[in-house]
Design a protein around this ligand. Structure first.
Ligand SMILES: *Cc1c(COP(=O)(O)O)cnc(C)c1O
Length: 384
């Protein structure tokens, strides 16, 4: 009867897609003077002026003594283990991004997974001692979501057993605990400046270290092991941050306080709106006197919600909201790790439980209050 092709009804415009994060980018015009400076000097890498400026500026901003910039956080992790000559077995958490354990495999070290604390989802100090063997040389905990580990309990165990502590602090830019930077704990801390992180240089990372001698060794290791034009003292790697990344870091540093302040507002809004939704538990991993960075907004989807975490994840996707299941699967479930005795799910009940319940909701400075309200409405309407 009707030869006219089917015309779709005009729909009301859908809201835009909201991803879990969006990198903070200052106006391009603000970056141009930095680029002009690089073009003029023709120094592109090898510890040039922006590299030196950013190391100094970050030490001041973070309140740490020494810091070595890297091309990314993963190479910083790999190099940190080399700098301290870590071998044998290292105790670590399965509840992290896969690079944490990969840095051990790249050094021929055996990861030993230990379960996490149900309150913070960080490595549980009470379970570390039972995992120590004569081969154990170090502990590699992660400040997950930027929430500080129990640094004192971990240091006590390390001191008792003469173990090194290397923190994967990829999430912990600017975080303070007990009146000082969380990066001052342990032997070394590693930062990531990847595009998805609170402070980004597109790609980038750093090792924070307590003394000039260790920094010097790290600086040699990230430059092929060269100490001067003709002397190579170690099988180093090329881990140097380029001038363009370092220059961008200098610009980002001007904006980072504002970005964290906006994250804080979003965190507060989420918490107030989600307070009325049964079965959605907001994580609160910070101590009363700690200074957070609001890097992520993780929630745990519990029984009272009536819908599984994966169901909620899909429901949000159907509504153009793309959360992320950090951290699912656990590192210990990936094929190169699952054969280890410590990777058995029975050894990691708390991590397994959290991995099945967690969902990181969108969190970034450009997220509007309207966006947060829309996200929470989908979650609240989805409760069963
Ligand atoms: C991002 C991240 C890394 C890796 O950092 P890159 O800079 O991406 O190499 C390592 N560990 C954790 C916990 C991370 O979130």
């Amino acid at each position: 009867m009707n030869a006219i092709p089917h015309l779709r009804a005009v729909e009301t415009p859908v809201d835009e897609r909201i991803y879990v994060t969006q990198p903070h980018l200052p106006p391009l015009s603000e970056f141009m003077p930095y680029l002009e400076e690089i073009w003029e000097s023709k120094v592109l890498s090898n510890g040039g002026p922006f590299h030196q400026q950013l190391e100094k500026a970050l030490c001041e901003y973070l309140g740490v003594e020494h810091l070595a910039l890297f091309t990314n956080g993963t190479l910083a992790l790999v190099t940190a283990l080399q700098a301290l000559r870590v071998t044998g077995e290292v105790i670590t958490t399965p509840y992290s991004f896969v690079a944490t354990a990969h840095s051990l495999l790249w050094n021929g070290i055996k990861p030993v997974f230990v379960d996490i604390d149900p309150r913070t989802l960080n490595l549980d100090p009470a379970r570390i001692e039972a995992a120590i063997t004569p081969q154990t040389t170090a502990i590699m905990p992660v400040h997950v979501y930027g929430h500080p580990c129990d640094v004192e309990a971990i240091q006590k165990i390390a001191d008792n057993y003469n173990l090194k502590v290397i923190y994967d602090a990829a999430h912990a830019f600017g975080v303070q605990t007990k009146g000082q930077s969380v990066l001052k704990h342990g032997d070394l801390s590693i930062l990531s400046f990847h595009a998805t992180k609170v402070f980004n240089t597109f790609e980038g990372g750093a090792i924070v270290c307590p003394d000039a001698k260790t920094k010097q060794r790290i600086d040699h290791l990230k430059n092929f092991g060269f100490v001067n034009e003709t002397t190579v003292v170690a099988a180093g790697i090329n881990g140097k941050m380029s001038e363009i990344n370092a220059a961008f870091g200098m610009l980002q540093l001007k904006h980072v306080d504002g970005a964290i302040a906006r994250r804080k507002q979003i965190d507060t809004l989420y918490r107030s709106l989600l307070a009325d939704v049964d079965g959605i538990r907001c994580l609160s991993g910070m101590g009363a006197d700690d200074v957070p960075n609001h890097a992520y907004f993780p929630v745990l989807v519990e029984g009272g919600y009536g819908r599984s975490r994966d169901d909620l994840y899909q429901l949000l996707r159907d509504n153009e909201v793309f959360g992320r299941r950090y951290f699912y699967p656990l590192i210990s479930e990936f094929p190169m790790y699952r054969g280890l005795p410590s990777a058995a799910p029975s050894n990691l009940p708390t991590a397994s439980d959290a991995s099945g319940k967690v969902l990181c909701l969108p969190m970034y400075p450009a997220l509007t209050d309207h966006d947060v309200e829309r996200i929470v409405r989908v979650i609240a309407d989805g409760a069963q």
